[in-house]
Design a protein around this ligand. Structure first.
Ligand code: AMP
Ligand code: MG
Length: 356
């Protein structure tokens, strides 16, 4: 009798569990279907780039209108082409006077200075006079500046030139300027994700010109998957990353460049030379919960090159990276390796994982 009881109990428990798990599966399926019905997608153009939103929420349309308004608000503060933006005013008043700034402008400039210091100025938003000399600041047309011209503007690019107070900012010398192109999308993505969380959105993603931020998982509970582009061939990719609640940002010379006399000049500048960075990397992808940091670091690490980048990664705890090198290697840091599937063998890429 006792034996029967003890045998029966596990059997019943198993049946009960089976019943539970069937019900749970069914409930999960229904929830996923319900969520799928609440999918809202919008594509728009802002900050000089294509932006896409993919969120699940019954009030998705109204929420995405608020998201778009938030992006326009930030663009009106940060843009260097909108003449009354706070950053354009800061630049126009260089060497003249301090200008009033809002908390968000203070926030992004503070983080910009933080990353300039962290990367030994590989990330440097004060590099703007050189970006302009190459014609990358606006659509004014690209050109190769003379060495004399570069030498004359290089002293204007020190981050120390920016005096930042809580409510004001000042560029100390005429000709100094700030360009947030390397960080603004990441900063905006972080604020958009905060807003979506506030509105109760738990699943989805936003793509601000390729700066991807993910909320939660897919509706079936599995991770979001995204491709890391082959920088040599836009229709191809070198691998897939699985991620949840993280941001994935890629920088590469292939994203914006011009050609003159058979030489390609791209838009990420090495402040030490005044020339487009030539560090042996062709793309850098950063994975981090902090999209502002991912954006700043993807730009900076592209300038720094592989070895210096790995030194920084070993010191920091909150980001992982995937590098594509000029000599055909795809190099992943160990913290992302188990969520990265390398698929570049057919393109003759070689895959390596680096330990901390
Ligand atoms: P990203 O696409 O995020 O790598 O940013 C590239 C953009 O940042 C360029 O188009 C410039 O506007 C700006 N930029 C270029 N070089 C640098 C640099 N070394 N540090 C900070 N911003 C830069
Ligand atoms: Mg960047």
């Amino acid at each position: 009798m006792n034996i029967k009881k003890t045998l029966l109990f596990p059997l019943m428990a198993a049946l009960l569990l089976a019943g539970c798990s069937e019900k749970r599966e069914e409930a999960q399926k229904q929830l996923a279907m319900q969520k799928e019905e609440n999918l809202h997608e919008v594509t728009t153009f802002a900050m000089d780039t294509v932006m896409m939103f993919h969120i699940y929420h019954e009030d998705g349309d109204a929420i995405l209108i608020e998201v778009e308004q938030e992006i326009r608000r930030l663009e009106a503060l940060f843009s260097i082409t909108v003449s009354d933006s706070e950053i354009a005013q800061l630049n126009a008043n260089a060497g003249i006077q301090a200008v009033d700034i809002s908390p968000d402008t203070n926030g992004i400039l503070t983080r910009g200075l933080e990353f300039a210091s962290l990367t030994d100025e590989a990330y440097n938003m004060n590099i703007s006079p050189i970006v302009s000399a190459w014609g990358f600041a606006t659509d004014e047309g690209n050109r190769v500046p003379s060495l004399e011209e570069l030498e004359s503007v290089l002293p204007l690019t020190t981050p120390d030139g920016l005096v930042l107070e809580e409510d004001t900012a000042y560029l100390q010398e005429a000709g100094m300027s700030v360009d947030l192109g390397g960080i603004a999308k990441g900063y905006t993505a972080d604020l958009v994700v905060d807003l979506l969380h506030e509105k109760g959105v738990t699943n989805g993603w936003v793509s601000l010109g390729g700066n991807l931020s993910m909320l939660g998982t897919k509706t079936d509970g599995s991770m979001w998957e995204l491709a890391v582009q082959n920088p040599i061939d836009a229709s191809d990719y070198v691998g897939m990353i699985s991620a949840t609640d993280q941001s994935v940002v890629t920088s590469g010379g292939y994203q914006r460049y011009f050609e003159e006399d058979g030489v390609i000049y791209h838009h990420i500048i090495d402040g030490k030379t005044g020339y487009p960075a030539d560090s042996g990397l062709i793309s850098v992808t950063i994975v981090s919960e902090d999209s502002t940091k991912a954006d700043a670091l993807s730009t900076a690490l592209f300038v720094m090159g592989l070895e210096e980048s790995l030194d920084l990664w070993r010191m920091e705890q909150d980001f992982e990276a995937i590098f594509v090198t000029e000599d055909g290697r795809v190099v992943a840091t160990e913290g992302i390796a188990d969520r990265f599937v390398f698929e570049g063998r057919d393109n003759d890429f070689v895959y390596e994982v680096v330990d901390k």
